[in-house]
Design a protein around this ligand. Structure first.
Ligand SMILES: [Mn+2]
Length: 313
């Protein structure tokens, strides 16, 4: 239902309504939903009761991941910039791995999220794949004794690889809710970039994006994928998400982030370009009047170049 909420908030633009897109020489083509096999009530109960062995919804995940990989891969081959909307953040395992394949590993990822999504089957409390996406993209080990779950995890890694995301090309922004093992894993990635909410409070968002730009240039990556989890935003602003955490970005901070990213991407000497974007974890069931859908679409508009005075202050 996340994509439906974003479409209802006009995430798909037509040139007539959005002259700034014409200036950018961009058009949108909606390729429709990725099919996800629906869950029966019996299955939901069995999974909740822990009666289904292995990683939760493993088969459903694999078929969805395969379709996302194919479609994002085709989109990249056609020269388009995929905008992948969801839905569960596990979709990024498919979208980002397609970009890793396409660009032969020359890819940096900016993970804008309250969470690091660095769990794997042996470290997770919830068992949810949406908390394991970055661990899968980085090719981290399962850290689990259960042979079935370990096998499932290795099957996911096999489909992400052979090129994994390099730690020196992984960036996080907006972090504020980490599990102990995620903290350990994050601190063990010395060349990655991270800016927690504490860092943003202390040094401001402008410094966070300036440092990110410097880090991206140092990484040497020529392609950037942005994965935007709406739970980065404060839940007062964006309540329609599954794992809301207090203390997120305000409306103004979020827009400053999008506008500064656009400004850096538009610099004449910018060595990296935006090649794809995920917008995930919008859940209209827990939203109020599609406020979250609307705020997310406004954020995407800013990132894609909508501004008050065409870049002027
Ligand atoms: Mn996430």
């Amino acid at each position: 239902m996340g994509p439906a909420a974003l479409r209802a908030a006009d995430i798909i633009k037509t040139p007539e309504h959005y002259p700034w897109l014409v200036d950018l020489n961009e058009t949108f083509v909606d390729l429709g939903d990725v099919f996800v096999d629906s869950i029966t009530e019996d299955e939901r109960r069995a999974v909740a009761a822990g009666k289904v062995p292995g990683i939760k919804h493993f088969g459903r995940f694999l078929s969805t991941m395969t379709e996302i990989q194919q479609r994002v891969g085709e989109s990249l081959v056609s020269g388009a910039t995929p905008l992948v909307i969801g839905g569960d953040h596990s979709l990024s395992i498919g979208s980002v791995s397609a970009a890793l394949h396409h660009f032969k590993g020359d890819l940096a990822v900016l993970w804008i999220d309250a969470h690091a999504d660095l769990n794997s089957p042996g470290t997770t409390d919830s068992g949810n794949l949406h908390g394991m996406s970055m661990a899968a993209l980085l090719g981290m080990p399962s850290e689990i004794d259960d042979p079935l779950k370990d096998g499932h995890w290795n099957e996911i890694l096999r489909r992400v690889g052979p090129k994994f995301l390099e730690p020196h090309c992984a960036a996080w922004l907006g972090l504020r809710d980490l599990d102990p093992d995620e903290r350990r894993r994050l601190l063990d990635l010395p060349q990655s970039y991270r800016r927690t909410m504490h860092g943003i409070d202390r040094f401001g968002l402008t410094s966070a994006v300036e440092n990110l730009d410097t880090w991206l240039r140092t990484s040497g990556a020529k392609h950037l994928w942005i994965s935007f989890d709406v739970d980065t935003l404060d839940p007062v602003l964006a309540p329609g998400t599954g794992t809301a955490v207090r203390g997120g970005l305000t409306y103004r901070e979020a827009h400053l982030l999008a506008e500064l990213l656009r400004e850096f991407l538009d610099h004449e000497d910018c060595p990296y370009r935006l090649v794809g974007l995920d917008v995930v974890e919008t859940n209209p069931v827990v939203d109020s009047n599609n406020e979250t859908g609307k705020v997310v679409v406004e954020w995407v508009d800013s990132l894609l170049g909508k501004s008050i005075l065409g870049g002027g202050l």
